[in-house]
Design a protein around this ligand. Sequence first.
Ligand code: EPZ
Length: 445
Amino acid sequence: MDQIRIEGGQRLEGRIPISGAKNAALPLMCASLLTDESLVLRNLPRLSDISSMAHLLGSMGISFSILGDDEPHQGHMGRVISLDGKKLTSTRADYEIVRKMRASILVLGPLMARMGEATVSLPGGCAIGPRPVDLHIKGLEAMGAEIDLRDGYIHAKAPGGRLKGGIIDFDKVTVTGTENLLMAAVLAEGRTIIKNAAQEPEVTDLVICLKAMGAQISGEGTDTLTIDGVERLHGATHDIIPDRIEAGTFMVAAAITSGDLFLEGARLEDQPAFTEILQKSGVTLEQHPDGVRAAANLKDIKGIDLVTEPYPGVATDLQAQYMTLMTLAQTPCTIDETIFENRMMHVPELSRLGANIDVDGNTARINPVSSLKGAEVMATDLRASVSLVLAGLAAEGVTTVNRIYHLDRGYERIEEKLRRVGAKIQRVSSETTPKAGNTLRQVGT
Ligand code: EPZ
């Protein structure tokens, strides 16, 4: 299995292109199931999750054509692909695919909308929590779907082949739950109202694309979405928003190396709460027309308490990265994880690097240390893995991160992006792991 090796202590300086948002691209790809015309997506990131989603959609009859590669568009260097769902050949999502990528659940709503039926494996839990999909199911039932949970699968049918509009009031904010029911409602008969809807920018990006396809939706950016079903949707071309979680991750990279980075395409408006907290802690963040400048001197960074919340609060997907920065701050702070039950697995790995963190349930108290020391650590989930890379950038000596397949799910060519701004970082496949103690050559420029 591949590893990433980092020789810490390099100050990062330069420009990093921010890729299209993974968590916008995944539901947008599923929207191709809703029409028999072409959906063209631009600024698609190169990630293993995107390939997994393409594999799943391909098994249902969606065909793909790559219209452009690395095509500079509004400063983004994403892929342009056309997805064509002229004729769907399957309404089934197998456990084999769903267990590897939970976002596969996002085919459920569009399949119910277009085909009136779906057989989708229950995703099962993952490292950060049990991750149930009960709210997705309840929402579909409120739209008249008949759901049978059997053999680990969701067997769903719309009586008469078409869902009916209904009132959905989520008792918990769910991002993919909101996205699934949005896509179910756009072709339903009548009006659907989704209350306590997720307001993440990725949800709004999906609404904008669905409206470009002819859907009748209002309320985007608020906690109430109103959808009037139509007979059919047509094709469209849509630019995927920049990845705010990738951008937030590189803001921390700038701060933890006392660096100065320009994040091409990043938008502070996509994460007001995280921006405010980073600025309060002493990070300089400036919005420019083509991106965001992030700079800091680690010696000036203060500990600021953070609580993860649904948007517009601080994203849980940035909690681990922020914690890494706080391990080297000048004053202590606490971090409360309120979204997932088990999203502190990066703590023991950060402790191996010398961090001083006490965890009580979902609250972590970070007691700053003067430095981190490189060591071998293990990634457990996507965002935990990148928090270890960030720690390695600042740690003295060499840090080796194992199980980096987690990383490849959500970060496009991260070692290339970091190397280009001065990091001493390389990917080594374990077969050719150099003997311990070798200092890292800077591979490439
Ligand atoms: C989305 O996951 C993101 N994934 C996650 O990003 C992100 O961490 C999460 O939203 C929260 O922002 C994608 O968009 C593909 P939820 P999702 O449904 O939709 C509970 C990453 O690193 N819940 O908003 O699965 C759930 O257990 C990933 O990119 C139910 O109880 O998250 C959690 O505690 C990780 N029943 C809370 O709601 C349900 O039916 C929020 O989950 C659904 C969710």
